[in-house]
Design a protein around this ligand. Structure first.
Ligand code: FES
Ligand SMILES: [Fe+2]
Length: 373
């Protein structure tokens, strides 16, 4: 009998000591910034496209003037999705009763009514094409996109020396902060990606950009002899571009990775992953194609190792960190600016802050954001 009492006391003590995970309710807004919808060409086929994003539905379409437009898709008349309608001229026409909306969101025609209600207007969203991708601007305050959040135009995109984007998309059942955390998560490389040999790791936080510089040994992507070097920069809250230098079958490989998030709602986001590989001079077109396909497959394989975790984790505002973890809290601090009114963002976030963790490397790559030349 006494044994039972002791054991229940021990359990109680253990329970009292257990760490308590804390998490505030999910944010009441979506991050201020450019968000990638996918390849721009997808939206240029003359059809309206429905996109679930930012807790609503958006219709994206190309008018006869070749311009792409994005409008809130729920028709204010009786709620049909404009994305299942059709494009006529520079307007999208609702399938239900034929109301036609122009690029600025106002209703310009109702086929059975001589008058148009003055309130017949839907929200329009700024769009931008960069690197053959289409981006949509979200800002709960309705301000225009500031130039410092511009996504850089990469000279490699469209160059004959490089492959096209190979783009994959998934829906992840979690808040998009879980993905962004990855930029500072030094300790996950070993268990998740099998690249236990990280030699150097740094984060740079500066204004709306945050960068990870990493040098490690990764047999899959970097070969056994050479280091894999990555410089990955978030341009705003939702678009990461990464320059990767590795090796495959004894040949040095240069590639560019793209990681994007588009919140569908606070507990789902569309994850985009793109790869471009530099062709190797001297190889035939056929050999280059095979090399590119092989390397793209390897990078997708490595990237998707994170997916199972993102689907199966809770939000933790007070992560229990220890030596060997990356600067997760500094990253969260940087990321919080996109959920704060523009004029309330703390001025010190504009300053450059560098966190460096050298695990035994003599020379490390330049500490600067990717694609700044
Ligand atoms: S619901 Fe769109 S026209 Fe009626
Ligand atoms: Fe990862």
């Amino acid at each position: 009998m006494s044994t039972v009492i002791n054991s229940s006391r021990a359990t109680q003590t253990a329970q009292q000591a257990a760490y308590e995970i804390q998490a505030a309710p999910l944010p009441d807004r979506y991050a201020r910034g450019w968000h990638c919808l996918g390849l721009a060409s997808t939206f240029r086929d003359g059809e309206p496209h429905s996109v679930s994003a930012f807790g609503t539905r958006i219709v994206v379409f190309k008018g006869e003037d070749e311009q792409l437009r994005a409008l809130n898709a729920w028709c204010p008349h009786m709620g049909a999705d404009l994305g299942i309608g059709k494009v006529e001229g520079n307007r999208v026409v609702c399938r239900f009763h034929g109301w036609a909306f122009g690029g600025n969101g106002s209703c310009e025609d109702i086929p059975y009514s001589k008058t148009i209600p003055p309130k017949a207007r839907v929200r329009s969203w700024p769009l931008q094409e960069r690197n053959q991708l289409l981006f949509i601007w979200n800002d709960v305050e309705g301000n225009p996109p500031p130039p410092e959040q511009d996504i850089p135009q990469l000279p490699q995109v469209g160059s004959p020396e490089w492959s096209d984007w190979s783009l994959s998309q998934w829906v992840i059942d979690n808040n998009c902060r879980e993905l962004v955390d990855n930029l500072s998560d030094l300790a996950h490389f070993g268990p998740v990606h099998g690249s236990s040999n990280v030699k150097y790791f740094a984060n740079i936080f500066e204004g709306s950009r945050a960068t990870q510089v990493m040098v490690g040994i990764n047999e899959r992507l970097g070969g056994t002899r050479n280091h894999l070097t990555t410089v990955a920069t978030y341009f705003g809250p939702a678009t990461l571009l990464c320059k990767m230098t590795g090796e495959s079958d004894g040949m040095p490989i240069e590639s560019i990775l793209l990681v994007t998030n588009l919140p569908i709602d606070q507990m789902h986001f569309q994850l985009g992953f793109g790869v471009m590989v530099k062709r190797i001079p001297g190889l035939s077109e056929e050999q280059n194609q095979a090399m590119i396909k092989h390397y793209v497959d390897l990078t997708i394989q490595a990237f998707t190792e994170d997916v199972a975790v993102w689907h199966n984790k809770v939000r933790v505002d007070n992560p229990l960190l220890c030596a060997g973890d990356g600067p997760i809290l500094q990253l969260r601090n940087w990321y919080s600016q996109f959920y704060t009114d523009a004029d309330a963002v703390p001025a010190d976030l504009a300053q450059r802050r560098v966190v460096e963790i050298n695990l035994g490397l003599d020379a490390h790559p330049e500490l600067q954001h990717a694609f700044q030349h």
